[in-house]
Design a protein around this ligand. Structure first.
Ligand SMILES: Nc1ncnc2c1ncn2[C@@H]1O[C@H](COP(=O)(O)OP(=O)(O)OP(=O)(O)O)[C@@H](O)[C@H]1O
Ligand SMILES: [Mg+2]
Length: 400
């Protein structure tokens, strides 16, 4: 497959040489069964690499399973990966297949591999070398044919030094290393990504596209993007939702960039009542949630209208109704007009009022998301628009 068509198919934006090189390597090794080790900072886009590899291999008609080793409790890791036999531990009411067996003939993506306990690492090494494994509680040797792609954002060599990662496993996994570059080393892609994300969110939230003023574009290039593409994407979404003006100034953009205002621009350090980037993230979650509720409300009204208007052939658009009912919120993303009218329309007073209970709101949102996904943090995090790691941190912070 050609590089460009891979990018199109997997929604990868960018033209940076390092990125292209990584993608080409992924394509070249796809037809083989070699293990691939994907590294790179958090948020650089590691998760599409195993998918590209699987889809371009002879295994594509078999299963692709992605396992986040960081999200599985240590105690159940072996059972999840290798399966268990009935009665092997309390609660093991029936025999269970592990991911290695499920993915037989296919590809297994072991994400956040550095989080794997040492005892499991030994078993994984054995499996990589011989294809053999044993279910928890069994003594029978089983075989499986799985292609492994692993990924991590931690410095593996350091983990080896600290005795947290086995060196032999590292060399075995690292047959083909793929390193994804951080965003700050892909300057030429930053604006491209911003424009694409701005376009996508404009479509998603049905509103005009946000655009950066030239001085704001410079800031985008000067910032060091510790959260990489994920951070750029989140910020673009926050700006799209929170800002009433569609022309983003340098100052506005800076107010969304955590370390920029503190380290490089002392003049813009916190003034009384200003919103910190962290608070913005929360505020944005609250507004996102409000939008969801409004959408539900809309759906209810729509349902009501369509039953009462059944057969009349009249096109029902209850939006005007909503706009008058929900004056403050509706000035925000829901309304398709008034964007350029008055940037401060969505005024300070409201913001201050919100921020009083932002923590509670955040906690509530997190709880709701976790309940909705029955505790599955990956999905809850993606619903909330935050990284899994941030979610872990918040769960701990709020003792949820
Ligand atoms: N080149 C790109 N083009 C478009 N979107 C991208 C690109 N790279 C990353 N993204 C997006 O950025 C987000 C983060 O990417 P991903 O989840 O793959 O990060 P990661 O490298 O696995 O980070 P972590 O180590 O924190 O898990 C995703 O929403 C992904 O779609
Ligand atoms: Mg990841």
């Amino acid at each position: 497959m050609e590089l460009e068509s891979v990018k199109r198919r997997f929604g990868i934006i960018g033209n940076n040489t390092l990125l292209n090189h990584s993608l080409e390597t992924a394509l070249r090794v796809s037809p083989t069964d070699l293990s691939v080790f994907v590294t790179g900072e958090s948020g650089v886009g590691k998760e599409t690499i195993p998918q590209i590899i699987h889809q371009n291999s002879h295994r594509k008609h078999n299963k692709y399973i992605a396992v986040n080793c960081g999200a599985i409790p240590e105690g159940t890791m072996d059972s999840e990966l290798f399966g268990h036999v009935k009665g092997s531990f309390t609660g093991a009411h029936a025999e269970r297949k592990g991911y290695f067996e499920e993915a037989d003939g296919g590809t297994l993506f072991l994400d956040e591999i550095a989080e794997m306990p040492l005892s499991t690492q030994v078993k994984l090494l054995r499996l990589l070398e011989s294809g053999e494994f044993i279910k928890v509680g069994s003594s029978k040797i089983l075989k499986t044919d799985v292609r492994i792609v692993a990924a991590t954002n931690v410095n593996v060599l350091q983990a080896i030094d600290k005795g947290k990662f086995r060196e032999d496993l590292y060399y075995r996994l690292n047959t083909v290393p793929i390193v994804l570059p951080p965003l700050r080393d892909r300057k030429e892609d930053i604006e491209l990504l911003f424009r694409k994300f701005a376009q996508d969110f404009a479509e998603k939230y049905r509103m005009p596209v946000v655009r950066l003023e030239p001085e704001a574009s410079e800031v985008l290039l000067r910032y060091n993007w510790p959260g990489n593409v994920r951070q750029l994407k989140n910020i673009t979404e926050q700006i799209s939702i929170l800002e009433t003006s569609r022309r983003i100034t340098r100052e506005t953009l800076i107010s969304y960039l955590p370390d920029f205002s503190q380290s490089k621009l002392p003049v813009l350090a916190r003034t009384e009542g200003a919103i910190l980037p962290d608070e913005k993230e929360v505020l944005y979650q609250v507004i996102k949630e409000m939008r969801k509720e409004l959408d539900q409300f809309k759906a209810i009204i729509q349902a009501g209208f369509s039953t009462s208007d059944e057969g009349s052939g009249k096109l029902v658009t209850p939006e005007d109704e909503i706009r008058t009912t929900y004056t403050p919120g509706a000035q925000l993303p829901l309304a398709r007009t008034n964007y350029e009218a008055d940037p401060r329309q969505y005024g300070e007073a409201e913001v201050v009022e919100e921020s009083l209970s932002l923590q509670d709101k955040e906690k509530e949102l997190i709880k709701k998301a976790l309940e909705k996904h029955r505790g599955k943090r990956k999905y809850a995090a993606s619903d909330l628009g935050i990284s899994e790691r941030t979610l872990y941190r918040k769960i701990k912070e709020y003792d949820l």
